[in-house]
Design a protein around this ligand. Structure first.
Ligand SMILES: Cc1ncc(COP(=O)(O)O)c(C=O)c1O
Length: 452
């Protein structure tokens, strides 16, 4: 049997696998089984072509079949595939940690390498708690997080997710998760209007910290641009205001940049895009571009100092995973960063991203059902409304139908009941965008034609 082209008995063999967040009985009716990929394209096992309008799931920033990264991984596999994570490390892991420290905002000079996004957000939360425990503020443990947030699937960070449906099957979760409203300006939960609101949603976080008691609050955990909820993009003042609030109240600001890192928003990190340096920055997905499981956290010197001492002090970070700082993953990460830099992909992201935004605005001009287009770089979402003036939503919603129509036409997107998002690889060209937006247009028209 070939490991690369195994013989499957379909659909029976599918009964033994479980996909993420999918009802398998529904998946089995029309299963997508991907066989190979190149550039921005996937091919399924039947030879059908699919444009990757989502970089897999915000991962494949450097495109598929990237030679530089593949060669780095192959070479590393031949040389050293695994190092004992407690006893030692590898030159590749040390080099990657140094490189990450160099490309993250100034002051974030210590890096812990991990394997997946949830591992990174979990590690950030544990780091924040241990930091306060060993710097004389042991009562600080609560976390201000947001409605609609997604920070991962593991039990700890699940507590900070903002979607009830994802949390409730596993409750009770960790105590101390305090949720606030995100900056959903299009549907302001405070019924205010930007800029007259003076970014009330950010300013009111200070009230929340005060009501909880600053001595009990460890961190504010946020995605710079929230995916769940429809590419929630804050006004430019939002994060600078939060930075000041965190500083005033001795609360750590943690950015979950699992999606927004590595060029996605038109800068290396969204921290650069929003001109705000967090205390801890979580990264994953685009860190290896999908060529190996890789994630990490970078944190400030102030935090790092609390973990640096003689062995007897027992202040080392009490956290680890078997595959953390894996040398193959580290080699993939190094090659990915090289791709980002030598091919000027962040510049491409800005240029082609601006073109994508323009094309989506043109679509919005033509189709009343596109209420708002929002995002940055090559990360855009469109909110779908029945009526643009009242912003009323479709009932039943049309977003999932739209996403499925797009898939039928060979375009992979991120879709939810009331919105759809695009995040193609950063290697995408303007003619690719024409094709992607063209398919989206056709899909939208097909959905609208069949409205009751
Ligand atoms: C913002 C954000 N944080 C954390 C995660 C969790 O990452 P992973 O699925 O790699 O565990 C995700 C995954 O989609 C994410 O989008």
């Amino acid at each position: 049997m070939s490991y690369v082209t195994p013989n499957l008995s379909l659909p029976e063999d599918l009964k033994k696998i479980v996909l993420d967040f999918r009802q398998m009985s529904a998946f089995m009716q029309d299963p997508l089984i991907i066989d190979r990929a190149e550039g921005i394209y996937y091919w399924d096992i039947h030879g059908n072509l699919l444009i990757d309008g989502l970089s897999g799931i915000f991962v494949a920033n450097y495109g598929h079949g990237n030679r530089t990264i593949i060669d780095a991984v192959k070479e590393q596999l031949e040389r050293l595939a695994f190092t004992p994570p407690m006893h030692g490390t590898s030159p590749q892991a040390v080099a990657l940690a140094n490189k990450i420290a160099a490309v993250t905002p100034e002051g974030l000079n210590t890096v812990k390498l991990l394997s997946g996004g949830s591992e990174a957000t979990e590690a950030a939360m544990k780091l924040a708690r241990q930091y306060f425990k060993q710097s004389g503020k042991p009562t600080k443990y609560k976390v201000i997080c947001r409605n609609f947030a997604y920070h991962g699937a593991t039990m700890g960070v699940l507590s900070y997710n903002g979607v009830e449906r994802r949390r409730s099957p596993f409750e009770p979760l960790l105590s101390g998760a305090v949720r606030v409203h995100p900056p959903t300006c299009y549907r302001c939960p405070f019924e205010k209007t930007y800029p007259e609101c003076a970014v009330f949603c950010a300013r009111t976080v200070e009230d929340t910290i005060r009501m909880e008691g600053p001595d009990t609050v460890a961190a504010v955990l946020m995605e710079p641009i929230g995916n769940t909820g429809g590419i929630i993009t804050p006004p430019e003042e939002y994060f600078p205001i939060l930075r000041e609030i965190c500083d005033r109240n001795e609360v750590l600001l943690i950015f979950d940049e699992i999606i927004t890192g590595f060029g996605r928003t038109g800068n290396m990190f969204a921290a650069d895009t929003f001109k705000t340096t967090p205390d801890i920055l979580c990264m994953g997905k685009g860190m290896s571009g999908g060529y190996a499981p890789l994630s990490g956290i970078a944190f400030s010197d102030r935090i790092a100092e609390a973990f640096w001492g003689p062995e007897e002090a027992g202040v080392e970070f009490a956290h680890g995973h078997t595959y953390a700082a894996n040398p193959v993953a580290a080699a993939a990460g190094l090659a990915a960063l090289q791709e980002l830099e030598t091919r000027n992909l962040i510049h491409n992201c800005r240029e082609v991203g601006a073109y994508l935004y323009q094309k989506l605005l043109e679509l919005q001009e033509e189709l009343e059902v596109i209420g708002e287009v929002r995002g940055k770089g090559l990360l855009y979402g469109m909110e779908l409304v029945k009526d643009r003036a009242s912003k009323s939503q479709f009932s039943p919603p049309i977003g999932v139908r739209l996403g499925k129509e797009a898939l039928k036409r060979g375009l992979l997107t991120r879709f939810d009941p009331h919105w759809i998002a695009l995040a193609p690889p950063l290697i995408v060209t303007t003619s690719d965008i024409d094709e992607i937006v063209g398919l989206l247009h056709e899909s939208l028209k097909a959905v609208l034609q069949h409205l009751d």
